[in-house]
Ligand binder design. Sequence first.
Ligand code: UD1
Length: 420
Amino acid sequence: MDYLKIHNVASLEGTINISGAKNASLPLIAMSILAKNSVHIKNLPQVVDIKTLLKLLSNLGATCNFLDDRVIVNTTSLHETKATYDIVKTMRASILVLGPILARFGHCEVSLPGGCAIGQRPIDLHLKALEQMGAKINIKAGYIEARTPNGLKGCEIIFDKVTVTGTANIVMAAALAKGVTSITNAAREPEVVQLCEVLHASGVKITGIGTAILEIHGTDGKLLDIEEFSVIPDRIEAGTYLCAGAITKSELTLTNVEPKHLGAVISKLEEMGSTFTITKNTITIHPSIKIKPVKIVTQEYPAFPTDMQAQFLALATQADGVSIIEERLFENRFMHVSELQRMGADITLNGHTATVNGKMDLCGTDVMATDLRASSALVLAALVATGETNVHRIYHLDRGYDSLEKKLQDVGANIQRLKE
Ligand code: UD1
């Protein structure tokens, strides 16, 4: 198993190129199940989750040629319709194949994803919406068994909660359904927007893209002709490196980034004292003199993302004053707190709210990554902790950050990947 050895640095300097978004790539790869042609996808991040989904599709009979940041997925030879436990247990987003496989083949089995470190993460809303579209669903021996005896039919779906992969799943199912599906309370995340835009460009009429009400005009089983496209930049990776700039009071420039997707993150960093120069697809964060405390509530896009909560919590340990961070999406997403406390952070947890007393001098030690974003919070803390920090179990980090240690080394961080 690999771990990261990190020493603190006076400051960082230079340019970091942002990779394609993991959370956009996953539904876009799953979408290739709806295509009659080979789907060319560019600007994919080199992360384990992408390889896992491509392996899942290969196991089902698709061919996936992955070279650098490009993949060509051909699902015309896909014949298996069962996503087995061995893959789904390593990546919950495997559930994204349910909608498209069911829509194309009329049946699908997917292992139940179960809970994960940050919460229970049910998929009841995905299943309820598919049932409304005419699917018969049974849960048997840990598997979701879905069938559509009469094909999927468009209908009116109202999500009780905003669900990102739930919206993506239903949009993909609706793309091949008969008639019009409307989704009220749809996710507006940029990753869902890109999925809708690519489907729309492939002949599936979708209205309301980027709003909470989507209307998808299904093709009644006709497979799609999907043209080559490039995945949007990863806003969470970008946000994490902006936090690296803020916590080390450094000047860093991010390239291949979409500033529009980072509104809430940039605004909170401004409240904390950072200043920016922003162009169409670059963001430069300038060194701040002092880090100010902040109040954050995680919510759905375009509000502050839960996927940036852990990184801001690490940053708040270096603010002069008391920060309050409330997590509203996932019930157990504070696993990084106890590790940060071991480094000397003064954090009090009360239910879904963390109170961070800054500024605390952090001290390097051995810490354990517990989930993807928690891992990057520990890396950020290590950049300013005295002495040496060893971040263990970084397989979490490798699921979603493309070449993290290389990107940080290139801007002057003292970080090495070693074997346990
Ligand atoms: C996606 C992202 C993840 C991000 C999250 C919230 C991907 C691959 N993952 O996860 O990085 O942290 O959005 O922005 O894109 N819920 C239900 N029933 C359901 C579905 C969801 O109760 O059927 C609840 C969840 O428990 C959670 C909330 O709805 O409290 C939002 O979850 P959801 O948007 O579905 O998260 P994911 O799509 O799994």
